[in-house]
Write a protein of this length. Structure first.
Length: 92
């Protein structure tokens, strides 16, 4: 997931049954004070995405990392799913 400008502490990843939910929330407050005025800026951004995981995913081994604006999730498959990988069938 491309999410530039966020920090890894901004993310929340939940797994409920086979539903994986990835969300992020970020707040920024800026204040500039001058002799005659005070200027305040507020910036709020958030998103949430949910995915239904297939039964072949080993839920205990799901891993996430965030580097360079990219959130990477590793969803390992069971050995059975790896052995039953798709095949290309040639038409005669």
């Amino acid at each position: 997931i491309a999410a530039p400008g966020l920090h890894k502490s901004d993310f929340k990843i939940d797994l409920d049954g086979n539903m994986l939910t990835i969300s992020a929330h970020k707040e920024e407050n800026k204040e500039n004070k001058d002799e005659n005025y005070t200027r305040r800026e507020y910036n709020y951004s958030s998103f949430s995405r949910s995915f239904t995981l297939p039964e072949e995913v080993v839920q205990d081994k799901i891993n996430a990392s965030y580097d360079g604006g990219i959130l990477k999730l590793t969803l390992p498959k069971t050995e059975k799913a790896i052995k039953n990988a798709s095949k290309n069938i040639v038409v005669n």
